[in-house]
Design a binder for this molecule. Structure first.
Ligand SMILES: *Cc1c(COP(=O)(O)O)cnc(C)c1O
Length: 456
């Protein structure tokens, strides 16, 4: 079947179209940092897939039924029913967003000095582990290092490395957290075989297995497409099986909840649940709303149903693969095989004349804005490298990538064809793209707040 969005549009938002001169002025004013642009200066916004999805009519209708009672609202019971059916966990809490769920769960699970093992900790996940005086250790599978290979499950946890870490210092590892899909690792999926093996490993060493399930539906879809034995499973069946393997789960619902805000925390053990609940009530809200409004809970419940529809997931995966194909045709390599929520462009390879210290990923992201009003984020040495006191690069990142995140149900095929055209235009004369130098760099969370200037 040809690529086609399985929905039609009944509410629209105009897209800002700027002149090249206006874009150049806007980016200069933003200190050449796309995070500092105003949204009304952006034509196609691929900065994040978090909280940026479009509502369905059914979600809006559900929100109209929102019950804003302080405790025991009808909305809570509707949200609980969907999450309980999906995850099978006996204890479920709504939380305002994923990082809130992380803070509560990790605080109840980890003791200072312990280690958390993961296929890759997402940045807030890492921060919440480290804030507790613990160490976050990333153990991606070795196949993830080859950006060009077609290995289907580059999101997998390195089981040998995890076993070694668990055996090395008994009691030191406080949890194993598997991120599905592996957002920090190129949005690559985790296989069910890997999750099952992680389950066995955790059982053997008596360590809890936690799922960071922000993209549980997208991971489930890729399992049905890539893992032998799962061809005839529905995404819902795969997702249920994944949750069934874990002792606890945190899920930001700004992604696969197709809503601007929300998350859940789910745990199996009663005593652990009690400890989480105390902190939830003290810092988020009562256990039946957890920092969310009733109408938000209803919209989330409906979003969680829609996100598992095969037609939706098939179209979303096909869109990302189509954009990857167009980028390739235009002469730009991407991390293979393409996942779902984002496409990662290999800027280091496209712009070999720009050394890592002049940030090729950032250069490509800036050029996409200057030439097409496209906003996206660098994932390379600007984000991950270490700098000296003069803002010069000391240790580069392993790769110089640019992430094009695809908001859910927001842009159509023609928007992505436009993005590919702008990209191909840049790829025709890559040597005209300048590098960048940092002029201001805060000590923490550099990529959000830094300022740069082009170097000719
Ligand atoms: C977004 C995200 C989080 C954090 O969730 P927020 O809702 O943004 O706080 C945690 N883990 C992963 C994998 C994510 O993608």
């Amino acid at each position: 079947m040809p690529l086609m969005e399985p929905y039609r549009i009944k509410v629209v938002e105009p897209i800002p179209i700027l002149t090249a001169q206006q874009r150049a002025e806007a980016l200069a004013r933003a200190g050449y940092n796309p995070f500092n642009l105003r949204a009304d200066e952006v034509t196609i916004d691929l900065l994040s897939d978090s909280g940026t999805g479009a509502f369905s009519a059914a979600q809006q209708a559900a929100a109209a039924l929102g019950d804003e009672s302080y405790a025991g609202a009808r909305s809570w019971f509707r949200f609980h029913e969907v999450v309980s059916d999906l995850t099978g966990f006996p204890h479920i809490y709504p939380v305002h967003q994923g990082r809130g769920a992380e803070r509560i769960l990790f605080g109840a699970l980890l003791r200072p000095g312990q280690v958390s093992l993961s296929n890759t900790h997402f940045d807030t996940t890492r921060a919440n582990v480290e804030l507790l005086g613990c160490q976050a250790r990333d153990l991606p599978c070795p196949q993830a290092k080859d950006l060009d290979s077609q290995y289907p499950f580059k999101g997998d946890l390195d089981l040998d490395a995890a076993r070694a870490a668990l055996a090395e210092e008994p009691g030191r590892v406080g949890m194993v957290i598997v991120t599905i899909t592996n957002n920090g690792g190129g949005g690559q999926p985790v296989s069910m075989a890997n999750l099952r093996a992680a389950r066995e490993l955790c059982r053997e060493f008596g360590v809890p297995l936690v799922l960071d399930a922000a993209r549980f539906a997208e991971n489930a879809w890729l399992v049905t497409q890539r893992e032998p034995g799962y061809e005839s499973h529905s995404p819902t069946e795969v997702a249920k099986e994944a949750f069934g393997l874990a002792d606890a789960a945190v899920a930001s619902l700004k992604k696969d909840g197709i809503s601007p805000m929300g998350a859940f925390l789910a745990v199996r053990d009663r005593e652990l649940a009690d400890r989480c609940e105390l902190v939830l009530i003290a810092t988020e809200g009562f256990r039946t709303y957890g920092g969310l409004a009733g109408h938000e809970l209803d919209r989330l419940a409906q979003g969680l149903r829609e996100v598992l529809e095969p037609d939706y997931l098939r179209s979303r995966a096909a869109t990302t693969a189509y954009l990857a194909q167009l980028a390739n045709d235009g002469g730009v390599d991407v991390v293979q095989p393409p996942g779902i929520h984002a496409l990662y462009l290999n800027a280091g390879r496209l712009l070999p004349h720009i050394p890592p210290g002049r940030f090729p990923g950032h250069a490509l992201a800036s050029q996409l804005y200057l030439e097409g009003g496209i906003r996206c984020a660098e994932l390379g040495s600007l984000y991950l490298g270490t700098l000296d006191e003069h803002h010069e690069l000391v240790t580069p990142a392993p790769y110089e990538l640019v992430r094009l995140a695809l908001p859910r149900r927001v842009y159509t095929q023609s928007h992505y064809e436009y993005v590919a055209e702008v990209l191909a235009g840049i790829a025709k004369r890559p040597e005209s793209v300048p590098g960048y130098r940092l002029t201001h760099s805060p000590a923490l969370l550099r990529h959000f707040n830094c300022r740069l200037e082009p170097v000719s």
